[in-house]
Write a protein that binds this ligand. Structure first.
Ligand code: EPU
Length: 310
């Protein structure tokens, strides 16, 4: 361990663990160790850990639910902070509107479910999205034709100069599975605020049930990171995504293709499932194999939807 890492470990006063295996912190159950690993339970802790890492010149990676990342075998250098800041409040403005303020480590489906059952509409689509609020904002997570950007109003961040700032949605550069936080690293999402609309709880619950049923029918349940690739853009004159990565991989005959412990799902071809003992190298090899076959067959260059870390 370098001096800077050692000094940071001392500064974190027994809170940080060295060489923590990250496989246990990702939904794919794959990946090597973090040099240093710490769990933040409050936003003040999260800010403090980030400031201390920067002061010691140690790089920092914020981990949410680990549901959209592939950690390489060599692991992650520097400090990994697992974001467990999960508080949220609902400010009721009037009989029609409320503002949800959610800390970035809160689980998206849990919040969606709680609010829908109280008759607050806007996040029902997220019932089966196994991420944190922060991860969902960074990647503009979406499903069933909706995305996190739709009813987001703004966020609070720790900026690259260690200052807390509020940013309105207009400054977040949202796009399909993209945001300013994907492009420029160095800012940490602390909180996100959403506009919620009053609706009949039974109608909200019915929508959630319909989305859950669709997922149960079309997506695998084994360990995965959800969609591996983005859906490729269609006609450039429309903002619609005209084709589906899953359909292309399926039509290239790749369902069931396996490298080591990782396999193209038989249920949905844009999901790779861990059949047991998969390594990050297996996953990277399968990504390249699938990309190459789809490129040869359809002339389409699939772009990764997941983030490769380490
Ligand atoms: N399809 C196939 N074969 C397959 C998979 C899909 O032919 O193996 C066809 C389906 O029959 C359908 C079309 O492809 O006609 C689209 O499939 P689906 O409705 O499953 O949606 P998707 O575009 O593959 C997107 C999101 C998912 C989200 C679903 C449901 C992306 C990359 N993926 O998938 O998001 O859950 O819609 O709304 O945009 C994620 O981002 O991790 C994720 C799971």
């Amino acid at each position: 361990m370098t001096n800077a890492l050692d000094d940071l470990r001392v500064a974190l006063a027994g809170r940080a663990r060295a060489n923590e295996p990250l496989a246990a912190h990702t939904t794919l159950r794959v990946g090597g160790p973090a040099d240093l690993f710490v769990q933040a339970r409050t936003l003040d802790e999260l800010v403090d850990f980030a400031r201390q890492a920067r002061r010691h010149g140690v790089s920092i990676f914020i981990l949410g639910n680990g549901s959209n990342i592939l950690v390489r075998e060599r692991g992650v250098r520097g400090l990994v902070v697992e974001n467990q800041c999960d508080q949220f409040t609902l400010d009721i403005i009037n009989s029609e509107r409320a503002i949800l303020r959610a800390e970035s480590g809160a689980a998206l489906p849990g919040i969606a479910n709680r609010l829908a059952r109280q008759g607050w509409a806007g996040l029902e689509w997220a019932i089966g999205v196994p991420g944190t609020i922060g991860g969902a904002v960074v990647g503009n997570a979406g499903a069933h034709g909706a995305s996190i950007a739709d009813n987001l109003i703004g966020v609070a961040v720790l900026d690259a100069d260690d200052a807390r700032r509020e940013l309105p949605k207009t400054e977040l550069a949202f796009d399909y599975r993209a945001s300013r936080f994907k492009r420029a690293k160095g800012e940490i999402v602390l909180r996100a605020d959403f506009e919620m609309r009053r609706d009949d709880p039974q109608a909200c619950i019915a929508r959630m049930n319909q989305y859950t049923e669709y997922r149960r029918r079309t997506q695998p349940t084994e360990p995965s990171v959800g969609s591996i690739f983005k859906n490729p853009p269609g006609d450039p004159s429309t903002p619609l995504r005209a084709s589906s990565a899953g359909r292309l991989i399926d039509q290239a005959g790749l369902k069931g293709t396996r490298v080591g412990g990782i396999e193209v799902s038989q249920v949905h071809a844009n999901f790779f499932v861990n059949r047991g003992g998969a390594t990050a190298d297996d996953v990277l090899q399968l990504i390249e194999l699938v990309r190459e076959r789809v490129r040869v067959r359809f002339g389409v260059d699939l772009e990764l939807e997941i983030e490769i870390v380490g």
